[in-house]
Design a protein around this ligand. Structure first.
Ligand SMILES: Cc1ncc(COP(=O)(O)O)c(C=O)c1O
Length: 404
């Protein structure tokens, strides 16, 4: 519990070192080597006055000093993972949730709460976004007003009551890149949220560019093995307290076993991301030359404008790519049905390769005209490249394309 008082891993150490050691600073003192798992749902309260003060502090978004009181308020295993992630993203703190959508909706609730003068609150969002993110914004379910903007049009879309600018880079599913410095400059006093799920802290640290909230569907690369559903927001101390306060109220907490699995996976995150990235770059190059492939979307390959953005804010091109096949929806669905090594499935960032059809699955819930103008066509397939040998993946893709 007093773990949060521990400093995040020294930022001067390299990313791979921080990935291995983050959130483990007190293990020596505890006399253990592996991460402990604390499954308690409740905790003994040795002193009523102190227990009450801790409960009150956590209800206001703070950290406990003597007891977590109750696991919805604080869990030491989850807090370790949060500290490690903050160390990787270079933020004061991180707050973990039961899913990426829980992380997002908690941020949106905080924006709503911060809106002044009885106004609903306003968000400027840049498409494309993950289908669920687009859907929750477009649905208005959280009572926020949303303006859709291009990356260049963020300043023009701002209103006096704008409480958040939200974007993804690389974006799901077209891998389009957004210049973070330029958006942060346009946003001015308005906090910017960047979904960093695709890049991971291995390839991009949005906070270094003035981004206030860095969101992860931790279900993806952070978990990395397709067996955890989780979300997280890395941010400053003030926002972290706001998010924890709402997490206590809504109960959107991460289970400690999931927190443990995420933390256990962090040491290999840089290895996994960089290795999968090599495979993705190779497949992107081969797809470019395939006669049945109309277009390939991969950072640095798809748009000339990517080069300066890649240089400025990314340390690699990532493990996700997308491509369109000649023959529209039917051909794309035949490719998906014909793969034998890859798994036809939504989600991404696992050790194994997944292929999916955004217009038919993850982005089905996005309004059709918005989907099309964001480049999510019926012939688009998205590939999340895993750790298999690229030659084996290519053989599978080639035979599936032959049958399309
Ligand atoms: C970029 C991105 N952000 C957020 C989410 C939502 O995360 P979760 O599925 O963990 O709720 C997803 C899910 O696919 C995603 O791809």
């Amino acid at each position: 519990m007093h773990q949060n008082a521990l400093a995040p891993p020294t930022a001067s150490r390299s990313l791979s070192t921080r990935a291995v050691h983050g959130g483990r600073e007190d293990l020596h003192a505890l006399g253990v080597h592996a991460l402990p798992i604390d499954l308690s749902s409740t905790y003994p309260v040795p002193d009523l006055v102190q227990g009450g003060l801790d409960l009150e502090a956590m209800a206001m978004g703070g950290h406990p000093t003597t007891t977590p009181v109750y696991s919805r308020l604080h869990n030491p295993t989850v807090a370790r993972f949060e500290r490690a992630l903050a160390g990787l993203e270079g933020t004061d703190e991180a707050v973990a949730f039961s899913s990426g959508m829980a992380a997002l909706t908690t941020v949106l609730m905080a924006v709503r709460q911060r809106a002044e003068g009885g106004r609903p609150g306003h968000v400027v969002a840049v498409r494309p976004l993950y289908g669920g993110t687009d859907h929750v914004l477009a649905s208005g379910i959280l009572g926020l007003e949303v303006s859709w903007a291009t990356p260049e049009g963020v300043r023009a879309a701002l209103r006096p009551d704008t409480g958040l600018v939200l974007l993804e880079t690389p974006a799901n599913p077209t891998l389009s890149l957004v210049d973070l410095d330029a958006v942060v400059e346009q946003a001015g006093r308005v906090p910017v949220l960047v979904d960093n799920t695709f890049a991971t802290p291995v390839l991009q640290n949005p906070a270094r560019h003035g981004v206030t909230l860095v969101l992860h569907s931790a279900t993806k690369f952070l978990g990395g093995h397709g067996d955890v559903l989780a979300g997280a927001v890395a941010t400053n101390a003030e926002w972290a307290a706001d998010l924890r306060k709402i997490r206590v109220l809504t109960g959107n907490v991460l289970h400690p076993l999931a927190g443990y699995l995420l933390h256990r996976g962090l040491p290999t995150l840089p290895l996994r991301v960089r290795h999968a990235q090599e495979g993705a770059a190779e497949l992107a190059r081969r797809l470019l030359r395939h006669p049945k492939v109309a277009r390939v979307f991969y950072p640095g390959l798809s748009a000339a404008a990517d080069a300066p953005i890649l240089r400025k804010q990314m340390r690699g091109t990532g493990a996700i790519l997308a491509f369109t096949v000649a023959g529209g929806f039917e051909a794309a669905s035949r490719v998906m049905a014909s793969v034998e090594l890859m798994t036809p499935a939504v989600s991404l960032g696992s050790v194994d390769t997944l292929i999916q059809h955004p217009a038919g699955l993850t982005h089905r819930v996005v309004e059709e005209s918005a989907r099309r103008s964001a480049g999510v066509s019926d012939s688009l397939l998205r590939l999340s490249v895993g750790l298999e040998d690229p030659d084996d993946l290519w053989a599978d893709l080639e035979q599936a394309l032959e049958r399309s």
